[in-house]
Design a protein around this ligand. Structure first.
Ligand code: BGC
Length: 266
């Protein structure tokens, strides 16, 4: 059953990792999809082509989400090509890790710029588009849906990654505040908070047996997450199955939040 048939979605950072899995899964569920990416035309075009092969519309669009001058035209093009937007998945994110005393202003600004300002800019444009459109009851009970990809680090402090944790903590209250502001207009805004998912961003944490075993000490469920663990949750949040859910942070983390250090102690 295609839960998102007739809906139009934008996924930022969709040429690899979690974003790619979400873009493909939205397409499989009947949505038209814009595959936003920052670099690597070939891989992004390949994702769009794979989505089109399922019989829906899709194209790749290059834009740096931290730049207003890139984000505004990206939304204008979606309106022109698809006639509007119903679903934004605010996924683009990166890490620039450093010990705090060595962290440069550039490392700080880049992470806050993409992970937090980028989500602000895209959410703002999406809300502007939603407000211009009317509800289409035949496709969704909501006027629009925004799914923010946050992290367990919106609540778990993370030494050596202060810029990243600050950006995700910011995403948490940005998401909840937008959700509160626009719920009366039937716009739903939620976050998925992934734990350790097998993607390029954390390759060092899973690529050798030693690092994988160390990682498992933090995961009560004792397996790494896969991108499709997140994409299934994203489809749920984008569909009417979750119509009464707004302002929620949904943790998809194999129990990482359950104080795993207490498994055998305390
Ligand atoms: C980070 C990953 C990390 C995971 C769990 C994610 O948000 O991007 O690098 O493995 O959180 O700590």
């Amino acid at each position: 059953m295609q839960k998102l048939k007739g809906q139009r979605a934008l996924v930022t950072g969709a040429s690899s990792g979690i974003g790619k899995a979400i873009a493909l899964e939205l397409g499989r569920n009947g949505a038209d999809v814009v595959v936003n990416y920052r670099s690597g035309d070939d891989v992004a075009n390949a994702v769009a082509e794979e989505i089109r092969a399922g019989g829906v519309r899709a194209y790749a669009h290059r834009a740096d989400v931290s730049q207003e001058a890139d984000v505004v035209p990206m939304f204008q093009r979606i309106s022109a090509e698809f006639g509007g937007i119903d679903i934004l998945v605010n996924n683009a994110g990166l890490q620039k890790d450093a010990e705090f005393h060595d962290m440069t202003i550039d490392q700080w600004n880049t992470v806050i710029g993409v992970n937090l300002t980028g989500q602000f800019l895209c959410a703002r444009e999406a809300i502007r588009c939603f407000r211009r459109q009317g509800i289409r009851p035949e496709v969704s009970r909501a006027l629009g849906k925004i799914v923010c990809i946050s992290s367990v680090h919106e609540v778990i402090p993370w030494a050596g990654h202060v810029n990243y944790a600050a950006s995700k903590g910011g995403v948490m209250l940005m998401m909840k505040s937008i959700a509160q502001e626009y719920a009366p207009m039937r716009i739903r805004v939620n976050s998925i908070c992934p734990g350790a998912i097998r993607t390029p961003i954390n390759q060092g944490a899973w690529e050798t047996e030693e690092t994988y075993n160390a990682l498992m000490r933090l995961v009560p469920y004792k397996r790494i997450g896969e991108p499709d663990d997140i994409s299934k949750a994203a489809v749920w949040l984008a569909s009417d199955d979750s119509d009464y859910v707004t302002g929620a942070s949904i943790f998809v983390d194999g129990g990482m939040l359950l104080y795993p250090g207490f498994e055998n102690g305390g």
